[in-house]
Design a binder for this molecule. Structure first.
Ligand SMILES: NC(=O)c1ccc[n+]([C@@H]2O[C@H](COP(=O)([O-])OP(=O)(O)OC[C@H]3O[C@@H](n4cnc5c(N)ncnc54)[C@H](OP(=O)(O)O)[C@@H]3O)[C@@H](O)[C@H]2O)c1
Length: 213
């Protein structure tokens, strides 16, 4: 599959690397593509470009940018380049403010989510929330003695969610589909929960698992 990654930070690079590892083609994008040249040279099968180049290239698109500017990044990526495509949304609506006792501050509230805003604004894309509540170093085939961790996902398009569930399987995760885009109101704050042990005890190596029996 051709995957376009909108973003140049740790999450973008780790997910891009995961797609390459599993045999996909990747174009990773930035407003300043030159800064990705070194990464791309070390990751064969990848190419670089602008956000629009990456989105146009991808049969599937990954969005991994600062939450506050996610809509700006998607505008640069171009609505026409996103239309009809699955967009994996790894972003969190984190405020530019320090955490309080380890608890991050969001710019959304409990009855809305960043992904719903994006789905509303870019209505022709099929957003699927995923990879937002685990640290970048453990996104691809993480090893835990307790077994596979759970990737909570949601989104309005069933085909897109099935596609993401297949990717989760390749990347070593069980998928828990929480339903439509509104479920991002619950999934995005898992990032807050995930970060508390990090900020308060410097523990950053965990992942969530849903026990079902
Ligand atoms: N770090 C983690 O372990 C982790 C884990 C799970 C989820 N997340 C979430 O994943 C997302 C990416 O996190 P990250 O740490 O990899 O990177 P980040 O530092 O949050 O974001 C970097 C990206 O944001 C883009 N950006 C910044 N300002 C912009 C603007 N004004 N307009 C358009 N784009 C702009 C940058 O674009 P340029 O390339 O053009 O500079 C870059 O691609 C975040 O929403 C974060 O909450 C992070």
């Amino acid at each position: 599959m051709k995957v376009g990654v909108v973003g140049s930070g740790d999450v973008a690079k780790v997910l891009a690397g995961g797609f390459l590892k599993h045999g996909h083609q990747v174009k990773i994008g930035s407003r300043s593509p030159a800064k990705l040249a070194e990464w791309s040279a070390q990751n064969s099968g990848s190419t670089t470009g602008t956000f629009a180049d990456a989105a146009q290239f991808g049969e599937l698109v990954v969005l991994a940018v600062k939450g506050k500017v996610a809509a700006e990044a998607l505008t640069l990526a171009g609505m026409k380049n996103l239309a009809g495509k699955t967009v994996i949304d790894a972003c969190n609506p984190i405020e530019d403010a320090p955490p309080t006792n380890g608890v991050l501050r969001f710019f959304t509230d409990v009855n809305e989510s960043l992904m719903e805003r994006l789905q509303h604004q870019f209505g022709d894309a099929h957003f699927v929330k995923a990879f937002n509540s685990v640290g970048a170093p453990r996104m691809i085939n993480p090893q835990f003695v307790e077994g596979k961790p759970t990737m909570f996902i949601c989104g309005n398009n069933e085909v897109a969610k099935k596609q993401v569930a297949q990717i989760n399987e390749q990347f070593g995760w069980d998928t828990a589909d929480m339903g439509g885009a509104e479920a991002a109101r619950a999934i995005e704050p898992l990032c807050m929960l995930w970060c508390i042990p990090g900020f308060t005890r410097n523990q950053w190596t965990h992942a969530f698992k849903l026990l079902t029996k």
